[in-house]
Design a protein around this ligand. Structure first.
Ligand SMILES: *Cc1c(COP(=O)(O)O)cnc(C)c1O
Length: 425
């Protein structure tokens, strides 16, 4: 469910007509709905309210949408944060998430990152290897602190998602193979400065079936029992994120948070731990749209092309993951055409949709890429010297630019001329 609806034939974000925003901000731009973000966080929290021995930590996966206003909206509701770099950790805190609600994930944390995070007193480190445990132990000893750690285990489960966002298969780079987990915890227990208090798992993103998650969680449950039998005091389990969302409104919807919550309650009933969840896409995906203007329509040999002013550098999901986004005319006209919708970047991969049915559009019309709130702006680049797309947040009839469009000059001025070239300039 989201808060982007037609009123009198014009697509609105909550109470704000998108053409008004396009007029004020220029195109393309991302637009996020506060009501949708808040609703999704509440629905997810309520679905998991009763699981575990104390209220779970819902740690929003910052990488899905790291805008400070988005983080602050969630922090105000009590959200924690799941971060994968020191940049995300600092962003989470700048958005108002207290350090003791922050989980540090990621396969390549550096000594500097571990040092800063431990000094700040975060909730938990999710370690992805034995050498990382050794490094964190050295950091902890140097700081005279004890680090709360879980190992992220790789359960070798096929999550049934796109291969570029599957993370829980044996051949993926993530986590410690579950077959080696007992040895890894024995090592962590021997190392000074580590408190191995939990187990973590995250098998992938945009998961549209509960079965693979349930299989992975069941393995975590078995591991917790084995770890306790080996003398480890396991008090926490982190079940990651990954629950999928509807991108194509004409298709079956993925499992609802309520169904996910029932499955989690059933599988974890006897674990006796506090649970953590790391939802990203589920919270912000449907809370954002990318609004773009049609530059021109051109006829090719075999299809007609709608050339819009957004491109693959602004929204990379279609070309990176063959992902589908519903594409709507902001002010639809009568009838229906089929067209290939492309951006101006000089790559054939800069194609958002092929032979897509859409309302007839002309140069100057606005279109909206739906479900663009997660892994949209955050994955944007300046390829083809296109400035990063601005971001706008709406709340009822109010709106604010929360990331302005940088001037083209700022990109050019960021480069420094090598001194031997400057002389000739
Ligand atoms: C990306 C990621 C998440 C969030 O995944 P979503 O599919 O957006 O819910 C959670 N945990 C970890 C470790 C991740 O890498």
């Amino acid at each position: 469910m989201d808060h982007f609806d037609y009123r009198d034939g014009v697509l609105h974000a909550e109470d704000v007509p998108l053409p008004d925003l396009a007029e004020a901000v220029g195109t393309p731009f991302y637009c996020y709905s506060t009501a949708t973000i808040e609703r999704h966080f509440r629905v997810f929290s309520e679905a998991l309210a009763g699981v575990g021995v104390e209220p779970p930590l819902i740690a929003y996966a910052v990488k899905a949408n790291p805008n400070k206003s988005v983080i602050a909206t969630l922090a105000a509701l009590g959200a924690g944060a799941d971060v994968v770099s020191i940049g995300e950790l600092r962003r989470a805190m700048a958005g108002g998430v207290p350090a003791d609600r922050i989980v540090f994930s990621g396969v390549g944390k550096t000594r500097e990152e571990l040092t800063e995070a431990l000094s700040l007193g975060i909730f938990q480190f999710n370690l992805e290897s034995e050498p990382e445990a050794e490094m964190l132990s050295e950091v902890a000893v140097a700081l005279g602190k004890t680090a709360p750690v879980s190992f992220r285990v790789n359960p070798d489960v096929d999550a049934g998602t796109h291969r570029k966002i599957s993370t829980g298969k044996a051949e993926n780079k993530f986590g410690v193979p579950i077959s080696r987990a007992l040895d890894a915890y024995a090592l962590a227990a021997r190392l000074p400065g580590l408190d191995p208090l939990g187990v973590a798992v995250h098998i992938g993103s945009q998961l549209t079936q509960l079965g693979p998650m349930e299989a992975a969680f069941a393995r975590v449950g078995e591991l917790i029992a084995e770890l306790r039998a080996a003398g480890h005091d396991i008090r926490r389990a982190d079940l990651g994120g990954g629950l999928g969302i509807p991108y194509d409104r004409s298709k079956a919807v993925p499992p609802l948070p309520s169904a996910y919550g029932e499955m989690v309650a059933r599988v974890t009933r006897d674990w006796g731990v506090r649970l953590t969840f790391e939802p990203g896409r589920l919270i912000v995906g449907n809370a954002g749209v990318l609004v773009s203007r049609v530059i021109r329509v051109k006829q090719g040999e075999t299809s007609s092309f709608i050339i819009v002013d957004a491109a693959m550098n602004d929204l990379i999901r279609p070309t990176l993951y063959e992902a589908w986004h519903d594409i709507l005319a902001v002010e639809p006209r009568e009838g229906r055409i089929a067209a290939t919708i492309v951006g101006p970047v000089c790559e054939t991969g800069d194609t958002f949709a092929e032979d897509r049915p859409i309302s007839p559009v002309d140069a100057g019309d606005l279109i909206a890429f739906m479900t663009a709130g997660a892994y949209g702006a955050t994955m944007a680049s300046t390829y083809n010297s296109r400035p990063l797309v601005p971001e706008v947040v709406v709340s009822k009839e109010k709106w604010a630019i929360v990331r302005p469009r940088p001037p083209v000059e700022s990109m050019i001025d960021a480069d420094l001329l090598a001194p031997w070239l400057a002389d000739k300039g």
